[in-house]
Design a protein around this ligand. Structure first.
Ligand SMILES: [Zn+2]
Length: 306
C-alpha cells in the first residue's frame, strides 16, 4: 500500500494487460465476491454415507439456516451485489433461503444439481445434471442463470462445450490466468466460446477453515486474521496487476461470526482501492464478452509413449 492507501506496483508502473483486454474507463482492476451455497449437497455427493450422519448434515445446514441471513446483512451494509452459485437440489431443499438471496438482488448462478463432480461422468449424464440444475433454479427461483461453476471446480474436456450449448455466458473454474478471458470450448476453428472468470484455491475459504473429521480438512483451522491477511495481499497485488480478484466463499464456512466479520473488512478494503470495480460475475463477464478477445484454446495433452 502507498501512504494514500492505494496499492502500488514495485516498479511504479503498470503491467500491460493481456492482448485485447481492458477494463471500463476509470477502472484498473476488479473484484467479485462469490458464494457457493453447497449446504448438505457437497457432503452427500462426495460421501453418500453421510446421509445417515446427523452431525455432518447439521454442520452443512449452518449455511442456509444461520449463515445466509448474516451474509446478506453484511453485503447489504457494504452496498454490494455478489454472485451465489446454488446447486439445484439445495434450492429445492431451502427455497426460502434461496429466494432471500434472489430477493436481495444478488446474482444466482449454476453449481450442479447435487454438487456432482463431472470427472469420469459420461456426457449424457453430465448434460442431464446440468439441465436438472437449470430446471430447479427456474422452478424455485424463476431464474435462468448466465454463469456456471463446476462443483469442486472439477471439469472434463467436454464440460465447456456442454455449458456453452446451454447458452451460458460464462464459467468460473480455471486457474491459468489473472484476467477474465474468452475460452474456446474445443480446439477446432470456429468453436463456440465462453467467458472464463479464473479462480484459485488460495482464494477459497474451504482450505483454511473447513474441517469435518475423516471427510475434509486436516484439523488445522486458520485464524480469520491470517486469512484476511492472505486475501488482502492477493487483492492488493491483483489490483496492481490490473487483474480480477475472484473470491470463493461458502456460507457454511465463511458465514461463521468472526469469519463473516473479516470478510466484511476485506470488502471494505476492496471498496477503498481507487479504481477497483466490485461487481458480480455476470457484470464482469458481460463486459469481457464485449471485448474483441482471441479465444484461448486448451489442448488436451497427448501422453508420450513410454
Ligand atoms: Zn461447491
Amino acid at each position: 500500500m502507498t501512504r494514500s492507501g492505494q496499492p502500488a506496483s514495485p516498479q511504479g508502473d503498470e503491467p500491460p494487460p493481456p492482448p485485447g483486454f481492458r477494463w471500463p474507463d476509470g477502472i484498473r482492476a476488479a473484484a467479485t465476491f462469490t458464494f457457493d451455497v453447497d449446504a448438505e449437497a457437497a457432503m452427500l455427493s462426495d460421501h453418500p454415507r453421510t446421509v445417515d450422519h446427523l452431525d455432518v448434515v447439521a454442520h452443512q445446514r449452518y449455511g442456509p439456516r444461520t449463515a445466509v441471513p448474516r451474509i446478506l446483512r453484511l453485503l447489504d451494509r457494504r452496498g454490494i451485489r455478489a454472485t451465489f452459485f446454488i446447486p439445484g437440489w439445495v434450492a429445492e431443499q431451502w427455497p426460502a433461503a434461496a429466494r432471500s438471496i434472489r430477493d436481495a438482488g444478488h446474482e444466482i448462478a449454476h453449481h450442479g444439481y447435487l454438487h456432482e463432480s463431472v470427472r469420469g461422468m459420461d456426457e449424457a449424464t453430465e448434460e442431464q445434471v446440468l439441465v436438472r440444475g437449470l430446471e430447479a433454479l427456474d422452478t424455485v427461483l424463476g431464474v435462468r442463470p448466465t454463469g456456471y461453476r463446476a462443483p469442486n471446480w472439477d471439469l472434463n474436456w467436454r464440460t465447456p462445450a456442454i455449458v456453452a450449448r446451454h447458452g451460458f455466458r460464462y464459467a468460473s473454474n480455471l486457474m491459468d490466468a489473472d484476467h477474465p478471458y474468452r475460452l474456446a470450448v474445443g480446439p477446432e476453428p470456429g468453436a463456440a466460446s465462453l467467458i472464463e472468470l479464473p479462480v484459485h484455491w488460495a482464494l477459497d475459504d474451504w482450505e483454511p477453515y473447513n474441517y469435518l473429521p475423516g471427510l475434509t480438512g486436516t484439523g488445522v483451522i486458520l485464524s480469520p486474521s491470517v486469512v484476511l491477511e492472505r486475501w488482502t495481499l492477493e487483492l492488493e497485488a491483483l489490483a496492481v496487476e490490473g487483474g480480477l480478484f475472484n473470491l470463493t466463499n461458502h456460507p457454511f464456512v465463511s458465514g461463521r461470526a468472526s469469519r463473516a466479520a473479516v470478510l466484511e473488512q476485506l470488502i471494505e478494503r476492496a471498496q477503498a482501492i481507487h479504481g477497483l470495480w466490485v461487481a458480480t460475475c455476470d457484470e464482469i463477464a458481460a463486459w469481457t464478452e464485449g471485448l474483441d478477445l482471441a479465444p484461448v484454446v486448451h489442448e488436451r495433452p497427448s501422453l508420450p509413449a513410454l
